[in-house]
Write a protein of this length. Structure first.
Length: 505
């Protein structure tokens, strides 16, 4: 039997998964790496940590599964998007990678907005000219670290760096390219109009290809480090969002998906980019080169729960460290002791600024309405509900154009039974749970790999591989309370927006 290794290079670590030729998950291993958060919105990772995680997780997969390297048909990838890793001609990192969550390049974003009309820019790339994306981060390197910029041969995304380490080839796929804000979404090429407007040379970006492209083969050096066999095909795969929509089995219709990871987003499939006059949401390139993925993203979903555990959940954190209990399960259990609506406590989940449809780098996290009567259980539940409210704001932006009837939920947060019901009740939509939750993203990468080597015919195989196993219907008895609090959630952000900006100056 043949097998596919799919690496999902996320924010907290690399999840390596092994699938057989029927698409069944055989083994998985997570290798974590550090994220470095500094002042002025700086968020970085070391690219060599990514590579070491891939080496370790590949070896562990082979060891734990007992599968011989000679039976590996290909290696493919999913990866965090919108980063900026400058490398030299030999592929050596010239500085730490500036990752998706980094917001330091607001000054460069303003330069970009002055260089081109916002709506013209949006029509070319499907995104706003803001500091979340690769282009302004690269401009920041050029403006503040010219010695690094002048040595830079290529700017790579996380998965593209690993592809280089395995094959020696510089390349990216259309989906990751669409997260740079320098890519012509319809023409499938780097935009001369955009790059010329800000004096960035086009050659600094790697050649873009379809996600199913076999870009090269495992080199002898990479084989020795990873325990893989020299010559195994390497398929590009795609950015995590584009891999996730495939793994979640979203193909047309009025079905969308939401992923609850460190960040979260709502997305669905279309045959053409979906534009909005207010530029409320964005459109990514799909793994299928003929498709597109309209998407609205929030910065801190699961990250809000992680922050809660690290800062306010002292007992739960202690019990996890010293008693071997699961801290997240303890937080959820405590949140269940708070009533619907958290006793009128509202949480704004803006720990890292916010993207669609707020597009506000200055937005801050807040608890609204807290009193001496509120308990930690109320605080815990309000965080789950605050993320749900914010995702509803994203859905509302889409539903000015089209109706979304059902939402497939994936990601680590989808394991929370409490959160599933809160989401269904706040959204007033059925929430569907597939078989693979945290593995849906890597499954999308594996399917791209399988198509690339001829093992699968097309992306629709995902519906068979990852079937829906549970359906959570919204409880109409809860609509009245959540509608009231959602309205107050929206008012709270609107009234605090100017204060957030002053706090960030």
């Amino acid at each position: 039997m043949q097998y596919i290794i799919a690496h999902d290079l996320g924010t907290s670590g690399n999840k390596a998964t092994l699938y057989n030729e029927r698409g069944e998950l055989v083994a998985a291993f997570m290798a974590q790496y550090a994220t470095y958060i500094g002042s002025a919105g700086r968020v970085e990772q070391n690219a060599e940590d990514w590579w070491n995680a891939v080496i370790l997780s590949t070896r562990k997969l082979l060891e734990s599964s007992g599968i011989k390297s000679t039976n590996i048909a290909c290696v493919s990838f999913s990866g965090q998007m919108m980063g900026c890793l400058p490398v030299d001609a030999e592929g050596n990192p010239l500085r730490p990678a500036i990752i998706w969550a980094d917001m330091r390049s607001e000054k460069q974003a303003e330069q970009l907005r002055l260089a081109l009309d916002d709506r013209e820019f949006y029509r070319i790339v499907g995104h706003r000219p803001i500091s979340s994306y690769t282009l302004t981060k690269l401009m920041w390197v050029r403006d503040t670290e010219p010695e690094i910029y002048n040595k830079t041969e290529k700017i790579l995304q996380a998965k593209d760096f690993i592809v280089f380490k395995l094959t020696g080839k510089f390349a990216t796929d259309y989906s990751d390219a669409s997260g740079t804000n320098a890519f012509d979404l319809i023409g499938k090429k780097w935009s001369d109009i955009i790059l010329d407007s800000v004096n960035i040379r086009k050659s600094i970006f790697p050649e873009p290809y379809p996600s199913t492209t076999v870009i090269g083969k495992i080199t002898r050096e990479a084989a020795n480090l990873t325990s893989l066999t020299e010559g195994i095909p390497v398929v590009l795969g795609g950015g995590d969002g584009s891999c996730a929509i495939v793994g979640a089995g979203i193909f047309g219709g009025k079905k969308a998906y939401s992923i609850l990871g460190s960040s979260s987003w709502v997305a669905f499939e279309t045959n053409a980019p979906l534009y909005d006059e207010e530029m409320s949401y964005v459109t990514w390139a799909h793994l299928d080169e003929k498709k597109y993925q309209p998407c609205g993203t929030m910065q801190a979903a699961g990250l809000s729960i992680s922050w809660l555990k690290d800062t306010l959940a002292g007992y739960e954190k202690y019990a996890e460290k010293h008693n071997g209990e699961n801290g997240l399960e303890l937080i959820e259990a405590a949140a269940r002791n708070s009533p619907l609506g958290s006793n009128n406590l509202i949480y704004l989940p803006y720990l890292l600024g916010e993207r669609s449809p707020r597009w506000d780098p200055y937005a801050k996290g807040s608890f609204i309405g807290i009193t001496s009567k509120h308990t930690k259980e109320d605080i815990f539940r309000s965080v789950y509900e605050g993320v749900a409210y914010n995702l509803k704001t994203i859905m509302n932006a889409f539903e000015t154009k089209m109706q979304l009837d059902e939402i497939v939920l994936i990601g680590g947060g989808a394991r929370s039974v409490l959160w599933r019901q809160i989401l269904a009740d706040v959204w007033e939509k059925p929430v569907l749970i597939p078989q693979y939750l945290e593995e849906a993203t890597s499954l999308g990468a594996a399917i791209a790999g399988g198509i690339g080597i001829g093992l699968f015919n097309d992306f629709s195989i995902a519906e068979k591989i990852n079937p829906i196993i549970d359906r959570i219907n919204p409880d109409e008895r809860n609509f009245k309370i959540y509608r009231k609090l959602y309205s107050l959630f929206e008012q709270s952000y609107a009234n605090l927006k100017d204060i957030f900006k002053k706090l960030g100056e």
